[in-house]
Design a protein around this ligand. Structure first.
Ligand code: PRP
Length: 213
């Protein structure tokens, strides 16, 4: 398996966009295009490439442990997971913003540094933002999705979450109150692979970089 370069993709929209970009750069995988397949791993024998699909938060884990040489995942997840990997490219798609959101009334609570409850899929990012950047003591509650429910059912005062179009917030009577950081899709590389498979990995990074707008 050492002859192969293994690439972990984030399941869903990001995987589709990543494959479009890789194809432009000259890397393909016909097996991946078969719709409705339950296969987990896909190979391009000629190019000695292997691809697999994983849940976003697991991608940096596969890359840190060397189960994948390369991973493609959102910078929100890279920040949250804080794994020992090299971040080598900003791919420019999957753009959104990490924000503190809530009902308009919560603006005052943020301004006066009150003790508030924050619900989020990103407890580490929320902790870093409130404790280290804002010096505000907060209570953080981890949720696994539909985080916008937090303030609506009074589990928390605000949320820390990604905002893309803003329509989820709008439809639920919430607004962006503060911006934490911009987010986009990144390429990450295993630290040992970078040394052991330098030539091939540099070639992939270079070819992909040449295709970025
Ligand atoms: C993400 C995010 C927001 C929404 C933002 O959720 O957590 O809920 O997208 O997008 P918008 O600004 O375009 O409305 P996702 O679809 O990943 O589902 P989840 O909440 O179940 O994690």
């Amino acid at each position: 398996m050492n002859d192969y370069i293994t690439i972990a993709l984030t399941k869903g929209r990001l995987a589709d966009k990543t494959m479009q970009l890789l194809e432009k750069a000259g890397y393909t995988c016909e097996e991946l295009k078969e719709k409705g397949s339950r296969k987990l791993i896909f190979t391009n024998e000629e190019q000695k490439l292997r691809f697999f699909l994983a849940k976003g938060p697991d991608v940096p884990t596969y890359v840190e442990y060397g189960a994948a040489d390369i991973g493609v995942v959102g910078s929100d997840i890279i920040l949250e997971e804080n794994r020992r990997v090299y971040e080598v490219l900003d791919l420019g798609f999957g753009k959104c913003r990490m924000c503190v959101c809530g009902p308009e009334e919560a603006r005052e609570l943020l301004k006066h540094h009150e003790m508030i409850r924050v619900t989020s899929k990103y407890p580490n990012i929320a902790r870093e933002y409130f404790y280290n950047r804002k010096h505000q003591t907060v209570d953080i509650i981890k949720l696994n999705g539909s985080v916008e429910l937090g303030p609506i059912v009074s589990l928390g005062d605000v949320i820390v979450d990604i905002v893309e179009t803003g329509s989820t917030l709008k439809e639920n009577g919430l607004a962006v109150l503060e911006e934490v950081c911009p987010v986009s899709c990144r390429m990450i590389v295993n630290q040992v692979s970078m040394q052991m498979k330098t030539r091939r990995i540099r070639e992939i990074i270079g070819n992909v970089r040449d295709c970025l707008e």
